[in-house]
Design a protein around this ligand. Structure first.
Ligand code: MG
Length: 299
């Protein structure tokens, strides 16, 4: 099967659910992931192997992974914060992991309780072992366009963290607008800096939030510069605690609708994504935050 023109990287089960207060039963999470697989998504971030008490919503990660039915050709990355998480990943027989750090010191300290340098040092043995096992590795650079503590973020800081993650052997960088503040000009600024450092666009994924309504515009801006992988969460689950009441992750259905109408092949079924979106929204007891989830597809 040939590669789609754009890869939609689904983050709903991990990044989406971890920010939702309503507990979702394990069975429903497994169903959500299954529906996402049925929709044709080829990368579905499944859960996070952080300490169970750190993110109660994902405290069932080990059991979820033991019961997950993996579809052929689908990658199910799992967030691994440290060597303990790596041991759990080995037990769970995963073959794709994510490492999570930030472009700013304050965001790293608040979110993972390490400095950026400490996080990179903690990841080194994790990444080395993952590479030895032939696993795929994604590195998150969060707060890449704005920081809730430091405000504007210098593109040079994004480049330095991106380079450090690549030096650890990550396969993909997720350049993330954690607070949902970026506009297309910011995307251009950061992509120019990354390209200037010799980081090839094929290694980049972009994680945009739709907090301020700029998510899709940012996708198009990044595509114009060659980006081909975008994160989204079916149902628009998740949300930044720094933007109360506002939408969080870009919704998969909004992204797929846009790409379909633009004639960009994703191999993802919009109708099937909407089914997954409705399912998880019912579980959470709320309406999907997406535009397409509310308005429906067309024609
Ligand atoms: Mg997010």
């Amino acid at each position: 099967m040939s590669q789609p023109e754009v890869t939609v990287y689904e983050v709903g089960p991990r990044d989406g659910l971890q920010a939702e207060a309503t507990p979702v039963p394990l069975e429903a999470k497994l169903r959500y992931i299954e529906l996402l697989g049925q929709a044709g998504l080829r990368a579905i971030e499944a859960t996070s192997l952080v300490r169970p008490d750190a993110i109660p919503q994902l405290a069932d990660a080990d059991e979820l992974l033991s019961r997950l039915s993996r579809r052929p050709g689908v990658r199910y990355p799992v967030l691994v914060p440290n060597e303990r998480g790596l041991e759990r990943a080995v037990t769970a027989d995963v073959d794709a992991i994510c490492l999570f750090t930030a472009a700013t010191e304050s965001y790293a300290q608040h979110n993972i309780r390490m400095s950026v340098a400490e996080s990179l040092a903690a990841f080194a043995p994790v990444a080395a072992e993952a590479r030895r096992r032939g696993w795929w590795i994604r590195g998150y650079v969060s707060a890449a366009f704005g920081c809730p503590y430091e405000g504007e973020v210098d593109a040079g800081a994004v480049v330095r963290v991106a380079e450090a993650l690549l030096a650890l052997g990550v396969d993909e960088l997720a350049i993330s607008d954690t607070v949902g503040v970026a506009a297309p000009a910011d995307v251009g600024r950061v992509m120019t800096a990354l390209a200037g450092a010799g980081i090839v666009v094929d290694t980049l994924a972009f994680h945009f939030h739709d907090t301020r309504g700029t998510g899709l515009a940012n996708v198009l801006a990044a595509m114009e510069r060659g980006a081909r992988t975008f994160d989204a969460a079916a149902g628009g689950t998740g949300g930044s605690p720094y933007a109360p009441g506002a939408a969080g992750n870009l919704a998969t259905e909004d992204l797929v609708y846009l790409l379909d109408r633009q004639g960009v092949r994703t191999d993802v079924s919009l109708d099937a994504v909407l089914a997954a979106s409705r399912f998880i929204s019912e579980q959470l007891g709320k309406e999907p935050s997406s535009k397409v989830g509310r308005a429906g597809p067309w024609p």
